[in-house]
Design a protein around this ligand. Structure first.
Ligand code: HPA
Ligand SMILES: [Zn+2]
Length: 328
């Protein structure tokens, strides 16, 4: 089934093998003695326990070629899962704080996106995420550093530690980005309360909510999301691995879809959470009993919610319809 991936952190696609290869070629020391030992550390109890190891993994990225190679590996893997369109998050502050130049980050990632179109037929673009555990002034400075590369990213997002860092902390920087014509998204309602989804919508004026699974706790919010067709980029295996739901069978993806919300399925940090796109779909469908009609809706939602033009959305939906017609 052709589909779009709208919630993927490129640093979360860095597989242990690539971490070790880059550590060796860049002379960076890592706290684990083997790929197996590193993988064994991937047992998380919540978002923060994951973020600590995720930022440590990203420390091997130094040169433009490293950022390119990481993104290229993801794009090849995504293409194998029939992802035809990807909007990719990156966390520049994780790298600039270590002395890596903004241009090194963006040019490396962007080159892989350009190659993906030519060699894989995958449409890929970049969304710059601000780290919400840092200050808004740090985000404003990061935006300033990224402006020379304005043509190489399509929007901004908000990620990292959610609880205690509500969306409204970033009101000024998002307002500035809106003025620049950038698309706006934010993580909200992953671990944080429905109130954070409300302020992401009403203060930051985001076009999509990343995760948003806590929204089912607030009926008025559910109504707002359905009425305004605000897409939720849901990541089931991530929610399972970070203990947002005790089991995949307890996930509320079906409740979201059946309430008429524009939910999508995405991989978030596939190297850490045990699955790329198709694995997220097959495990979620097996555990929750979603139907073929839900599969069609999820893929259709992913195209409708993407930041591409109407003609491209129509072309994607025609591809999807052709697949479903062939199975009827
Ligand atoms: O799931 C996530 N939530 C918040 N920040 C993140 N950074 C990478 N993945 C995530
Ligand atoms: Zn995420």
């Amino acid at each position: 089934m052709p589909k779009a991936e709208l919630h993927i952190h490129i640093e979360g696609s860095l597989e242990p093998e690539l971490i070790f290869a880059m550590a060796a070629r860049n002379g960076v020391a890592i706290a684990y003695s083997s790929v197996e030992e590193l993988r064994q550390a991937y047992a998380f109890s919540n978002l923060q326990s994951f973020l600590d190891i995720y930022y440590a993994g990203a420390s091997v990225l130094l040169h433009e070629q490293d950022f390119h190679d990481m993104a290229w590996a993801y794009l090849e893997r995504a293409a194998a899962d029939n992802v035809v369109h990807a909007e990719i998050f990156f966390d520049p502050q994780t790298h600039t704080a270590r002395g890596v130049d903004m241009g090194v980050v963006i040019n490396g990632l962007h080159r892989a996106c350009v190659e993906a179109k030519a060699r894989l037929g995958v449409d890929a673009s970049l969304i710059l995420c601000f780290l919400r555990h840092l200050s808004e002034d740090d985000a404003l400075e990061t935006l300033q550093q990224a402006l020379p590369y304005r043509d190489k990213f399509i929007g901004v997002g908000l990620d990292s530690s959610e609880v205690g860092h509500p969306p409204e902390k970033f009101a000024r920087v998002f307002e500035k980005c809106r003025g620049l014509g950038l698309h706006l998204v934010a993580h909200a309602g992953e671990e944080g309360p429905p109130a954070y989804v409300w302020t992401a919508l009403d203060v930051l004026k985001v076009e999509r909510i990343d995760h948003g699974v806590q929204s089912t706790k607030d009926p008025a919010l559910m109504k707002r999301l359905a009425q305004d067709r605000i897409a939720l980029t849901v990541c089931p295996l991530s929610n399972l691995k970070l203990c947002v739901f005790p089991q995949l069978a307890d996930h509320n993806i079906r409740e979201l879809l059946d309430a008429g919300l524009a939910a999508t399925i995405n991989s978030d940090d596939p190297a850490y959470f045990g699955g790329y796109m198709n694995e997220n779909f097959t495990q979620t469908f097996a555990a929750t009993g979603l139907t073929a009609a839900h599969a069609y809706q999820l893929a259709k939602n992913s195209f409708d919610a993407s930041f591409t033009d109407a003609a491209t959305k129509r072309r994607y939906t025609d591809m999807l319809d052709a697949v479903f017609t062939a199975f009827e």
